[in-house]
Design a protein around this ligand. Structure first.
Ligand SMILES: NC(=O)c1ccc[n+]([C@@H]2O[C@H](COP(=O)([O-])OP(=O)(O)OC[C@H]3O[C@@H](n4cnc5c(N)ncnc54)[C@H](OP(=O)(O)O)[C@@H]3O)[C@@H](O)[C@H]2O)c1
Length: 568
């Protein structure tokens, strides 16, 4: 059983005086405080005393319940913003019990006020408790090998909330610290949970009404706790998850232009939405490496992962299905929230769902989603995109001309597949990488065999957007980051994909990548697929790949591994 140390600012609780025995309701306790203190006591003093009594009782009750469950537990009083106090408090405990192996950072306060009314002190208290607090505790526990690092963030970090600019910023910083820590701490489950409102804690009855009006349901105390245990027990998963009460609607933020239900999530990588109102299902498939053979050639970290290009293909089919007569034009804002990952000997049942088409000029926009049942019966939203359909093919622009001075890449394609890319034989779409320099890369690729060669029960007899040609463009960007940044990368987001032909030509295509932006950890590029005659077949704009030093180990584990841990 674990030993637990609970910390808060409240003093360590003492034995209650006799006059409090048997008093339970707020009114009874406050009346007793008034009677004992006399008429000179102010309402603020009564409230402060009452809060201390309530906090002491909560701490005592929590300690009792944890002890009854069989764990050793201690409470220590310290302000998490005071790094010295945290160090002084933790040091003797570490000396006595050994290093800290798990940390849950849940300290948080609110000071809700419109931005123009916020004082510096309000901001410092709210931000300092979350961000400074985490820094103090991580510093105090030192270079220990944590097995779990759990940060309590808030759905406000994703969607914002009036009066909570400080709280939103602080929680979003926690999300990003989680991303950074996850990359650094091998073997540690790092997760920042963006909680929606709980049925308790800082959610007052007034706030509950606000959430109810927004159709956001509260998270039950039991089910929230059970969810957290599942999340910690999972050996892997995204570093940021968003959790709302069952039946909640995900608030609308920014794009996409479609104003259907659900809308888009805000920015961020690897967000799993654990509760959302689902769109009507178009088709379902059970995925494993036998029914979908290509998956065995797309293995990262010992597990088969559905390629983003296949996700795009299926979302396109989902959108076309209910709109006969329209043709596929492209996809806007494809986001992968949570990979479809299949362990050896496991299957996953996935659903492709699509909303009604919304008209925008000559185009029709359809929000399509890829979902699965998830563990414990919860639905998991894996990916979402706005699929663009139209009666006519879009006008093709001019293909990008690669800079003439791109140096040749001195590596054969066999070496690239053996040493850089993780892709197995079925996914060997690149035929050659001709040149690679700071400005971009030029390669040649082939197209995928017919769908029936890659999977049982294909949804169509021909591809909509060729998944191998598309994936080859993404593979080309891994080659680029490997060559130019010295690190590997994976896709995180596509802003806009447009396809100017109904199908890719059998002879394959030339791929030209154009680097638009390169910042720490992220590369944004445009990718063109160009036919032999120089015409533009397709263009992917704003393709974001995340560069991550931890990927080299996962890329090396590109065979299905029976011993790879499965998600709890
Ligand atoms: N309740 C929700 O619906 C909800 C939703 C989203 C996110 N969250 C997040 O979940 C966490 C817990 O929320 P809650 O609803 O349980 O709130 P709560 O009941 O107000 O509890 C906040 C906790 O933080 C501690 N704390 C505050 N400032 C501290 C400081 N400077 N040093 C040490 N401890 C400090 C408090 O203990 P002391 O008072 O003894 O210091 C208390 O234990 C927060 O981070 C919150 O942002 C909650």
């Amino acid at each position: 059983q674990p030993r637990l140390i609970l910390m808060g600012r409240s003093p360590e609780p003492e034995k209650e005086p006799d006059w409090l025995i048997g008093l339970n309701s707020e009114a009874e306790i406050k009346r007793a405080i008034l009677t004992r203190a006399g008429p000179s006591v102010t309402p603020q003093e009564v409230q402060a005393k009452f809060s201390r009594i309530r906090a002491g009782r909560e701490i005592r009750r929590t300690i009792e319940r944890i002890s009854q469950a069989g764990s050793e537990v201690a409470y220590r009083s310290a302000d998490v913003r005071d790094a010295d106090a945290i160090r002084r408090t933790l040091a003797p405990l570490v000396d006595e019990y050994g290093p800290v192996t798990g940390l849950v950072h849940g300290a948080g306060v609110l000071a809700d006020r419109n931005i123009e009314d916020k004082s510096d002190d309000d901001f410092a208290e709210v931000y300092g408790t979350k961000v400074g607090g985490l820094r103090s505790v991580l510093k105090a526990i030192g270079e220990t090998s944590l097995k779990a690092l759990v940060l309590f963030s808030s759905s406000t970090a994703r969607f914002g909330r009036r009066g909570q600019v400080d709280y939103a910023a602080a929680n979003e910083v926690l999300n990003k610290v989680a991303q950074a820590e996850a990359a650094e701490r091998e073997g540690c489950r790092v997760v920042s949970v963006n909680w929606g409102p709980w049925d308790g804690g800082m959610v007052t009855p007034g706030l509950k009404t606000v959430f109810a009006d927004e159709r956001i349901e509260v998270i039950g105390m039991q089910s929230g706790a059970a969810y957290l245990l599942d999340e910690i027990a999972a050996s892997e998963g995204p570093a940021e998850v968003l959790v709302l009460g069952p039946g909640s609607e995900i608030p609308q933020v920014g794009s996409p232009a479609v104003t259907g239900r659900n809308g888009a999530d805000s920015t961020g990588n690897g967000v799993a939405a654990s509760s959302f109102a689902e769109l009507p299902t178009v088709f379902e498939r059970t995925i494993n490496t036998e029914t979908h053979q290509f998956m065995a050639s797309h293995v990262i970290g010992g597990r088969a992962v559905l390629p983003a290009a296949m996700t795009l293909e299926w979302l396109a089919h989902g959108a076309l299905h209910g709109n006969p007569g329209l043709r596929f034009v492209g996809v806007d804002d494809l986001r992968v929230f949570k990979g479809v990952v299949v362990h050896p000997d496991e299957s996953m049942r996935v659903r492709i769902c699509a909303d009604k088409a919304q008209e925008r000029g000559d185009e029709f926009l359809v929000v399509a989603e890829l979902c699965s049942g998830g563990s414990n019966g919860r639905s998991v939203l894996h990916a979402r995109a706005v699929v663009v359909l139209a009666a006519q093919a879009p006008q093709a622009g001019t293909a990008t001309t690669p800079p003439g001075d791109l140096p040749a890449l001195d590596q054969s394609i066999e070496t690239i597949y053996a040493e850089t890319l993780f892709h197995g034989p079925e996914m060997h779409g690149l035929l050659a990488v001709e040149s690679c320099g700071d400005a971009g890369l030029v390669a040649r690729c082939r197209v995928a065999p017919p769908p029936a060669d890659w999977m049982e029960e294909p949804v169509r007899s021909r591809w909509i957007a060729d998944p191998l040609a598309l994936d080859s463009g993404l593979q080309a960007m891994i080659v680029w980051t490997s060559d130019r940044v010295g690190e590997l990368s994976l896709p995180s987001r596509f802003t806009r994909y447009r396809q100017f032909v109904p199908a890719f030509p059998e002879g394959g295509a030339r791929i030209v990548t154009d680097i638009r932006e390169q910042t720490n950890g992220k590369v944004v590029s445009d990718i063109d697929w160009i036919a032999e005659d120089g015409s533009l077949l397709a263009r992917l704009e704003g393709y974001e790949s995340v560069v991550d030093s931890s990927l080299s180990k996962a890329f090396r584990q590109n065979r299905l591994d029976e011993s790879a841990p499965t998600k709890a």
